[in-house]
Design a protein around this ligand. Structure first.
Ligand code: CMP
Length: 222
């Protein structure tokens, strides 16, 4: 557990005590871990894999976040009294999670203020990002929204390569549409355009941003 941000501040002795509480569970790709509206009894930390957090209606999904190893989720329903899951969670790859029940999670927080701080910090950072997203959805045109989303994805999923920054996620055009409040056809058109202008390349369903400085300028001047 040591290399997870969540546990970084703990003494070895405390960590050793906690380790047995964390059980693992494996989900195949495309499995719902839970659905919006369900009662929530467990917190999850991703050991390996990728999970999307989304809300849906009959017509489309709205993807709120994509998490990977080291990230936690499911804390809201567990910590807020009488609240249900605020969104659904589904694996985008085969995923292994650690899970912790409510009682053990609350005890963990009570006994380890540093972990409570980390959870709070992360929750506030997510709120900040959600505010940005609301602003983008309201104010920006769709091309700029897609570019900004790619830049945002590099923060968590970016891998430096010789040719640029690779977003290490296999994304469909539909999923990018679900993250940017548009339709698949529009994503296809914008991505093709960005490829023709040599701003990005698509490699095995992953986006490579070839010229980060240029693309950042695009957003600033829009
Ligand atoms: P919970 O409501 O239990 O179940 C859904 C989880 O998704 C929620 O806890 C958070 O962990 C996570 N979540 C909900 N909304 C967002 C958001 N806007 N950004 C990132 N994560 C979120």
């Amino acid at each position: 557990l040591r290399h997870f941000p969540f546990f970084q501040d703990l003494e070895d002795e405390d960590l050793a005590k906690l380790a047995p509480l964390f059980l693992t569970r494996t989900y195949e790709k495309g499995t719902n871990i839970f659905r919006e509206g369900e009662a929530g009894e467990e917190l999850y930390i991703i050991k390996s894999g990728v999970v999307k957090i989304y809300r849906d209606d009959e017509i489309r999904d709205i993807i709120l976040a994509i998490f990977r190893d080291g990230d936690f989720f499911g804390e809201m329903a567990v910590l807020e009294n009488e609240q249900v899951r605020s969104a659904s969670a589904k694996t985008m790859e085969k995923t292994v999670v650690y899970y912790l029940n409510r009682r053990d999670f609350v005890a963990l927080l009570e006994q380890n203020p540093k972990i409570s701080w980390r959870i709070l910090e992360t929750a506030l950072d997510r709120l900040r990002k959600a505010n940005e997203l609301i602003t983008d959805l309201t104010l920006l045109d769709v091309r700029t929204r897609i570019i900004k989303m790619m830049l945002r994805l590099t923060e968590k999923h970016g891998v430096n390569q010789k040719a640029g920054i690779l977003i290490d996620l296999k994304l469909t055009h539909q999923q990018i549409a679900d993250m940017t409040g548009t339709v698949r056809e529009t994503v296809t058109k914008v991505l093709l355009d960005l490829q023709n202008q040599d701003f990005i390349q698509i490699k095995k369903k992953k986006i490579l941003i070839c010229n980060l400085a240029e693309i950042e300028r695009l957003v600033e001047t829009s």
